[in-house]
Design a protein around this ligand. Structure first.
Ligand code: CTP
Length: 449
């Protein structure tokens, strides 16, 4: 096994080694190199104590000195160099509460979460794989180092990391590891929302977002996203559907490009359904108002998971309008109004959302639905090409123009602009300064008479 280490990381290994210490690249970068993925960062593990590391390099930062981590700066790049250590319980996932340094690489590797993350490498020693990491890569298995319950008790977030790595790599979870997850998944309630969010996002923004089902089977979503369990329990006896709400949403996630906003949207788009389900006299299920309920729930859940405001805005709006336009024959006028109502930032993203949703429904009227979306977005692109006005931003008259015409600053200006926009949405050719000025003057005269 030959791993191509970037020059700067190699220089760090060489300098530590020349000073008589052991040093290896370790963890994620070794795993990713073996898998042919591009490592995010190159972590280094060494027998040198933090003070000894600092003495060897000009520029270092005490990133986590009490945990044995020093960041070595080479140019603009930083490399985390951590002393071999044994861990106590983790506080935040990267930093255990108390650590003991050890002279043994084996001890350091033993405390890591999964076999595929517990390999070290340097050009002299080659690959150090003491726990069968390579075998597990060959078999495609996520397996804890040593006793799974111990690893998960050290840091419950590892429970989510197991499913997240399985989703990113398309791997299975080893039996003992899976059993330990089932037993201990309740401990996730002790983990901060931020850390849960990071893992959940990585899971659904992976090649296998459908592995969220595994998280459900193992009792993880019950703790971090109980709303998803409700979706899995909600059957849809309706000609448009062939899956439960939860299964439908899993397929919808698979149907869309892996983009954080879009995957979250497909996960949440029908989250309002369980709460509004009714069954008619023919036994057909309906979900009236699930879009509005879904929007509110999406906001709540995303706030709870400490998502940023931009993400909350985009995803909740996409959820609100995910099936907007279904059953309406689109025209230029209808689409201009829809862009204005939904927002020029949201509207274009809905194209993929609607296709992904439709493809996860039953074949009933599928072709019709697809044609409807296609036509809507052909029209949308035509509106874009013609540069037609769909919002106040591109209205040919603005507030200052109205003030110059003698209107008082304040609420009235907003109302006039809105009225003008309304006219322009009906008739885009009206959108010139001259036309709109004439229109305003006419309204002024009308109100005077
Ligand atoms: N690690 C661990 N337990 C954790 C977090 C990390 O044992 N809860 C160890 C693993 O050996 C891991 C290494 O620390 O490979 C680096 O962790 P991190 O940077 O969080 O993850 P990566 O494995 O590099 O993966 P990714 O970058 O995809 O998060």
């Amino acid at each position: 096994m030959n791993i191509k280490i970037p020059d700067k990381a190699k220089l760090i290994l060489e300098r530590l080694s020349a000073a008589g210490f052991e040093a290896y690249v370790v963890g994620g970068c070794v795993r990713d190199s073996i898998l042919g993925r591009v490592p995010g960062d190159w972590d280094i593990t060494t027998s040198a104590k933090p003070e000894e590391v600092k003495a060897l390099f000009d520029r270092t930062i005490d990133t986590g000195i009490e945990h044995g981590t020093v960041t070595v700066m080479l140019g603009k790049e930083g490399f985390e160099v951590t002393t071999y250590r044994l861990d106590g319980k983790y506080e935040d996932g990267r930093h255990p509460k108390e650590v003991t340094f050890t002279p043994s690489l084996e001890e350091d590797l033993k405390r890591r979460d999964f076999t595929i993350n517990a390999m070290a490498y340097n050009p002299d020693a080659g690959l150090v794989d003491l726990f069968g990491g390579m075998d597990d890569i060959d078999r495609g298995v996520i397996r804890c180092v040593g006793k799974a319950t111990e690893r998960f008790n050290e840091d419950a977030l590892r429970i989510m990391r197991a499913v997240r790595f399985a989703a990113q790599l398309g791997y299975d979870i080893d039996e003992e590891t899976a059993v330990a997850i089932e037993v201990l998944s309740g401990n996730l309630k002790k983990i901060s929302a931020e850390r849960i969010r990071v893992e959940l996002t990585k899971l659904i923004d992976s090649d296998h977002p459908e592995l969220l089902k595994k998280a459900w089977e193992l009792g993880i979503t019950k703790v971090i996203l109980p709303e998803f369990d409700k979706m899995m329990e909600t059957v849809q006896n309706n000609p448009h559907h062939m899956y439960s709400v939860g299964e439908h949403s899993l397929v919808a996630m698979q149907n869309i490009t892996n983009d954080k906003y879009l995957r979250l949207t497909m996960l949440f788009h029908d989250i309002g359904k369980p709460g509004v389900k009714t069954t008619d006299e023919n036994g057909v299920d309906h979900f009236h108002g699930h879009q509005e309920v879904g929007e509110a729930m999406t906001k709540d859940i995303m706030r709870r998971l400490k998502f940023d405001n931009d993400s909350i805005h985009f995803v909740s709006k996409l959820v609100r309008y995910h099936d907007f336009g279904n059953g309406i024959v689109p025209t230029m006028k209808i689409v201009r109004r829809a862009i204005n109502k939904i927002g020029p930032d949201i509207f274009p993203l809905l194209e993929k959302v609607r296709f992904a949703d439709i493809a996860a429904q039953s074949p009933f009227k599928r072709e019709e639905k697809i044609q409807n979306v296609k036509l809507t977005y052909d029209i949308y692109r035509e509106i874009e090409r013609l540069d037609q006005c769909v919002s106040l931003k591109t209205l040919a008259l603005n507030g200052s123009d109205l003030i110059a015409m003698g209107h008082k600053p304040g609420k009235e200006i907003g109302e006039i602009l809105q009225k003008l926009l309304d006219e322009v949405l009906e008739e885009p050719e009206l959108n010139t300064k001259e036309n709109l000025t004439t229109l305003v003057k006419r309204w002024e005269n009308e109100s005077e008479n």
